[in-house]
Design a protein around this ligand. Structure first.
Ligand code: NBP
Length: 477
């Protein structure tokens, strides 16, 4: 017998993905650098389906039916190149290497190019949903050739998460690095979502005076409405959790230094290169960095702040409703920014990504799964070339209806000294897009003054320069 698919790299993700394939009726060849892990998988889960355990690269490749489908699930970076180097020489034209790790899309583009010379399809594939998603159904974002998707798609559709309407959370995102690019932006949006939720929590605690358990209840209520999402759901779980050792709320015994693995940072770095303003995502990445500067924070403890004002119970309740509005409005903005980055990447690299499909495959399986994504899909279904989510009528109306409360929350945050970089950046973006005139005109004047960088006029074509150091007359540049 031969295997329809092989998985090499059997740490938590690879092992669960392999089991997912087997549970869906596929014969799965297994391989891992350290062979003991392969054995352990078969011993523990062999009863779940058909596995072919292999030890050497040669055995592994030989176990696969042709064209071969070989999934790499190793630590992203050099290990991925090492594994490709090991397996590619053993493969044949038409075979597929699927990289399910969190690769940088530029690496994926390079690998795809290199393997194409050998007529091997390299399919950089974003996989989201963590350990549990890999086993029970992740959201899957494959790039690579159309031809590879024809062969691989049906299998991925089977093992993927399903949205509420039953459709699989996988689509052929686009060629070469498109899948990993979209996975990167997914993670950037995830950072922004988490930061916004964290700010909402902090406001409910420090301004409204609620306890973590009370805030858990508030989030649970929000989760029955338009904010219905995995992240809101788990936030309520984390907030109601009590530390067994101390009896204190779990959030009060955890060090307040957020860590990161890099995909959020990449989203911002690439956005800078593409010139896409993803200020909400950037603030989320910076907020994590800032939290980690413990020396800096300790040295700043004496800085003056406002005197806290306690809210009455009624005021607190009303404030909580306003925070829900602010959170929802800010969330619309971070998705607007994220989808702008996907559109810009698609344009830059010629990927022709369907934004509605991206929203659709994020509806289930992944960390940012949310009812909200159905609405984003609907917006792009109505108009595929929507310049911005904010130009969709429904979102524009909703954010317009939320803006008074959004502003009120930021006034309270500012007056009470609660940092809200995510909410604030989102509102600034919204107001900047709305603005009739931006002070960028003044910036252009300054640039022309010190660097003769020239400017364009509102009333005439062409570039102009003012002779600032002389008689300040204007010349055509
Ligand atoms: P890790 O990222 O911890 O990688 C461990 C695996 O890589 C093991 O199988 C290990 O083999 C193998 N490996 C390493 Br390390 N260096 C190797 C090399 N030079 N040659 C061959 N194999 C090598 O595993 P993970 O957490 O399961 O994640 C796998 C991939 O999935 C990563 O790219 C990750 O970013 C991505 N991802 C993870 C999650 C998540 O929630 N964890 C979610 C989505 C995507 P060994 O057993 O011999 O040491």
């Amino acid at each position: 017998t031969s295997a329809q698919i092989g998985v090499t790299g059997l740490a938590v993700m690879g092992r669960n993905l392999a089991r997912n394939f087997a549970r869906n009726g596929y014969t799965v060849a297994l391989h891992n650098r350290t062979a003991a892990k392969t054995q352990a998988l078969v011993e523990e889960f062999g009863h779940e389906g058909e596995f072919i355990a292999t030890e050497t690269a040669k055995e592994f490749v030989a176990a696969l039916e042709r064209p071969r489908r070989l999934v790499i699930m190793v630590k992203a970076g050099e290990p991925t190149d090492a594994v490709i180097k090991e397996f590619a020489p053993l493969m044949e034209p038409g075979d597929m290497i699927i990289d399910g790790g969190n690769a940088h899309f530029a690496d994926t583009r390079r690998r795809e190019r290199e393997l194409r010379e050998q007529d091997i399809h390299f399919v950089g594939t974003g996989v989201s949903g963590g350990e549990e998603g890999a086993l029970l159904g992740p959201s899957i974002m494959p790039g690579g050739s159309q031809e590879s998707y024809a062969s691989l798609g049906p299998m991925l559709e089977k093992i993927s998460a399903k949205a509420k309407d039953g459709s699989p959370c996988v689509t052929h995102v686009g060629p070469d690095g498109a899948g990993h690019f979209v996975k990167m932006v997914h993670n950037g949006i995830e950072y922004a979502d988490m930061q916004l939720i964290a700010e909402a929590y902090q406001l409910l605690r420090d301004v409204a005076g609620y306890s973590p358990a009370q805030i858990a209840d508030i989030f649970r209520t929000w989760n029955t409405g338009r904010l219905d999402s995995y992240l809101i759901e788990i936030t309520a779980e984390v907030l109601k959790h009590v530390d067994a050792a101390t009896g204190k709320p779990f959030v009060d015994v955890v060090q307040d230094r957020a860590e990161q693995k890099g995909t959020g940072r990449w989203t911002v770095q690439i956005a800078l290169d593409l010139g896409v303003p993803v200020s909400g995502i950037a603030e989320a990445v910076f907020a994590r960095s800032l939290s980690g500067h413990t020396e800096l924070r300790a040295a700043s403890k004496e800085l003056a702040g406002p005197t806290a004002r306690a809210l009455s119970e009624a005021e607190a309740g009303a404030f909580a409703d306003q925070v829900e509005q602010a959170l929802y409005a800010s969330k619309i903005v971070s998705y607007t920014q994220g989808f702008h980055e996907v559109a810009a990447g698609s344009e830059e690299y010629g990927w022709d990504i369907d934004l509605g499909s991206v929203a659709a495959i994020w509806r289930g399986g992944c960390i940012i799964r949310a009812a909200f994504l159905d609405r984003i899909r609907a917006a792009y279904d109505t108009r595929a070339d929507l310049p911005s989510l904010l130009s969709d009528k429904t979102f524009a109306q909703e954010i317009g209806a939320a803006q008074d409360d959004w502003r009120a929350v930021l006034v309270a945050a500012t007056q009470q000294g609660v940092p809200t970089p995510g909410f604030s950046a989102a509102l600034a973006y919204y107001d900047a897009l709305r603005a009739d005139r931006l002070p960028a005109a003044l910036t252009q004047g300054q640039r022309d003054f010190f660097g003769a960088h020239t400017y364009r006029r509102t009333d005439r074509e062409g570039s102009f320069h003012t002779l600032w150091g002389a008689d300040r007359s204007e010349v055509q540049a």
